[in-house]
Design a protein around this ligand. Structure first.
Ligand SMILES: [Zn+2]
Ligand SMILES: [Zn+2]
Length: 171
């Protein structure tokens, strides 16, 4: 893995945003969002649930189709839409790193940051690294960090659940 800490963090949180709306839909609250994007420093009053639903949908759409060409094409469309603008920043005694700034509302700020992180992950690791959990009734989006690109489940608990069921079925 050559991805930077920020990219890994943002990719994890971008997939979590997609999965949050997938699981909760209209029940997503400002509090859920504020918790998820806590690092950006927005208050609950600033994050708009409907705006973030659009962002979650934009991100989900990138990966709906398994083909690399489609994923790249949709990601390019999001780079156009969110227009991430890199700035090198230093804070909290961290090494200099990029932030992707925008003057728009929080969703634009988070969107440009997430889109840029996903773009970096795709360029560095391949569009196929993003997958959908194979467990029935889960189907969460995940970013495969396994060495041999063999991840099929979003989490250990989903993998265990499916393997236990398969084992029982053989008894
Ligand atoms: Zn930073
Ligand atoms: Zn799962």
């Amino acid at each position: 893995m050559t991805l930077g800490a920020f990219t890994i963090w943002a990719v994890d949180h971008a997939t979590a945003l997609v999965n949050l709306y997938r699981d909760r839909g209209e029940a997503v609250t400002r509090h859920d969002l504020q918790e998820l994007v806590r690092n950006y420093g927005f208050s609950e009053d600033e994050v708009d649930v409907a705006d973030f639903a659009w962002l979650a949908d934009d991100l989900r759409e990138v990966f709906v189709h398994p083909s690399r060409a489609t994923r790249v094409e949709r990601l390019n469309a999001l780079l156009d839409r969110y227009q991430p603008t890199p700035r090198i920043v230093q804070h909290d005694s961290q090494e200099p790193h990029f932030h992707y700034v925008t003057t728009g509302p929080p969703v634009d700020h988070v969107g440009s940051s997430f889109v840029m992180a996903i773009a970096n992950a795709v360029v560095d690791q391949g569009a196929e690294r993003f997958g959908w959990c194979a467990a029935p009734h889960c189907q969460k989006l995940f970013f495969d960090r396994s060495r041999n690109r063999s991840q099929r489940f979003c989490s250990r608990s989903c993998a265990t659940r499916v393997h236990v069921r398969a084992y029982r079925a053989r008894q």
